[in-house]
Design a binder for this molecule. Structure first.
Ligand SMILES: Cc1cc2nc3c(=O)[nH]c(=O)nc-3n(C[C@H](O)[C@H](O)[C@H](O)COP(=O)(O)OP(=O)(O)OC[C@H]3O[C@@H](n4cnc5c(N)ncnc54)[C@H](O)[C@@H]3O)c2cc1C
Length: 477
């Protein structure tokens, strides 16, 4: 008899219920991660489902997990293929009688779970899915998740009044070794093996943050007790430039290197030991948003990917490939949009302010189907989380009001142009805030501040006039 723990988006040792159950059982333990080849395929839309930066971040995360497991006597097996096939073979080879995994809530992931479960049950291996995706455990919700409240406010109030965040599972000191029948633990697959082209590999891109639980926990300590940046979170969180204006916990939570419960309890300790204020409340509030989207996905199923979104809105999208390419390569001629997209493409990360503006611009100005934008974010974001991504896109495209990128950049969040200049070297000479509306430059200014091959916008919309006039007045004193 032996246990298999199939790792998915739960790549950590701390606060990990699957690992806890496996260790408690005290039988030879196979810990396996499967690179699911379907997640790396090219899509009809012309790009890969998981992009090269995400692949790199995942490899770094797994490498770190491998090292941390080795320190505790365990080994991580790496395989490439379809989880249902890999696991069926492993059950035979290890004579496993129990398979543990963290359950997910969205269709592709559920389809794999179903196939894995069928394969395991055929071999008389018990399958035990374990909940671990959220801060508030799904069994503690005071409502049926299929009837999750429609607004985040009702969700939060209901939960926080009636449910408590559970205590953490302790990080195990010793982890059972794998069965002796296993000898080949596999290498991390190369990019070529997963189908990446030379062009993709040579794209000169690097994940913004180092992957893995070690760095996740370091970042958590840094952002809270060490630097106490948390105390000012509420007032800095909407910025775009630098590493410290927001927590940067999302890449770690997306792959499960950081548990949302761990964040919660660290904030509670911070409130006792250092300071409790609106910022500490706000950070937890944001992590509850993340929970809200997981629960909403349970309620709405595949509607979260539907053209009209979860509320079946009437829509009339454009499918202009040229406009879409301008957007996804940061060539719209709108600096606040282009800078954010170029940062995303080079590092796999973009601030929340950037995401709001880029999503709004693509869907409300270019009027392109929001699902194309969500798919591009899925490919590129190192913090890609199926529920947070697709439901935030739902919100931006179909629910809330328009966001004006000229106003947001030039008059609000980047008045001194530092952020856009960091990502758009063509605009280095243009003074701020004019750098947010280069089309407003006079002929003399154009000669004075050359912009190289930075593109002209396809259209300068009338609705931006007030914002660009304000920029002009600021420049003219
Ligand atoms: C169009 C769009 C797409 C997005 N796609 C993703 C995605 O794929 N993965 C992802 O984790 N977040 C996504 N977000 C939410 C948000 O932008 C990121 O969570 C945040 O920018 C991550 O940076 P941070 O960890 O420094 O955030 P902080 O401001 O420090 O927030 C702390 C944590 O709260 C959670 N959080 C904050 N804002 C949101 C939000 N709007 N929705 C859900 N959770 C939130 C995240 O887990 C985040 O790590 C998206 C937002 C938009 C508008």
């Amino acid at each position: 008899m032996s246990t298999i723990y199939w790792l998915r988006n739960d790549l950590r040792l701390h606060d990990n219920e699957c690992l806890h159950r496996a260790v408690e059982r005290d039988k030879p333990l196979t810990l396996v991660y499967v690179f699911d080849v379907r997640q790396f395929e090219m899509m009809n839309i012309g790009f890969r489902k998981t992009g090269y930066i995400r692949y790199k971040f995942l490899c770094d995360t797994l490498q770190n997990l491998r090292e941390n497991l080795a320190k505790r006597g365990a080994k991580l097996l790496i395989r490439v293929g379809k989880p249902e096939e890999v696991l069926a073979d492993l059950i035979d080879r290890t004579k496993a009688d129990l398979l543990l995994f963290q359950e997910e809530v969205t269709s592709e992931e559920l389809a794999v779970e179903k196939a894995v479960t069928a394969a395991a049950e055929k071999k008389k291996c018990e399958v035990r899915p374990v909940w671990g995706l959220t801060m508030y455990h799904v069994d503690d919700a005071p409502f049926d998740p299929k009837e999750t409240p429609l607004t985040s406010k009702a969700f939060r109030i209901n939960l926080s009044k009636k449910a408590e965040v559970r205590p953490l599972f302790v990080t195990p000191e010793d982890i059972p070794a794998p069965p002796e029948s296993l000898t080949d633990f596999g290498d991390m697959p190369t990019a070529e093996e997963l189908g990446f082209t030379e062009e993709e590999i040579d794209s000169n891109t690097e994940p913004a943050y180092p992957g893995g639980e070690t760095y996740a926990l370091e970042r958590l300590d840094y952002y809270t007790t060490e630097s106490q940046l948390l105390t000012n979170y509420k007032w800095t969180r909407n910025r775009s430039l630098g590493d410290d204006f927001s927590s940067k916990f999302s890449p770690y939570m997306a792959l499960g290197s950081l548990s949302p419960r761990k964040i919660y309890w660290q904030v509670k300790d911070y409130e006792k030991a250092i300071k409790k204020n609106i910022s500490t409340w706000w950070l937890v509030f944001e992590v509850v948003w993340r929970d809200f989207f997981k629960y909403t996905a349970i309620r709405f199923g595949n509607k979260i990917f539907a053209e009209g979104g979860i509320k079946n809105r009437e829509t009339d999208w454009s499918y202009d490939k040229d406009l879409f390419d301008r957007w996804r390569f940061g060539k719209t001629g709108i600096p606040f949009i282009d800078a954010h997209i170029r940062q995303l493409n080079a590092t796999g990360f973009m601030s929340n302010r950037g995401r709001v503006n880029c999503a709004s611009f693509l869907t409300r100005d270019y009027k392109i189907d929001w699902r194309w934008g969500a798919a591009w974010f899925e490919t590129q974001l190192i913090d890609y989380d199926v529920c947070s991504n697709w439901l935030n896109w739902n919100t931006q495209a179909l629910e809330i009001y328009y966001t004006n990128p000229v106003h947001q950049g030039g008059n609000k969040y980047d008045k001194n142009g530092e952020y856009v200049k960091a990502w758009l070297p063509e605009l280095a000479e243009v003074p701020a805030p004019l750098v947010h509306a280069p089309w407003m430059m006079t002929e003399t200014e154009k000669k004075q501040y050359p912009t190289g091959d930075y593109p002209e916008p396809v259209e300068v919309y009338k609705k931006w006039s007030r914002a660009s006039n304000l920029i002009r007045r600021t420049v003219d004193g």
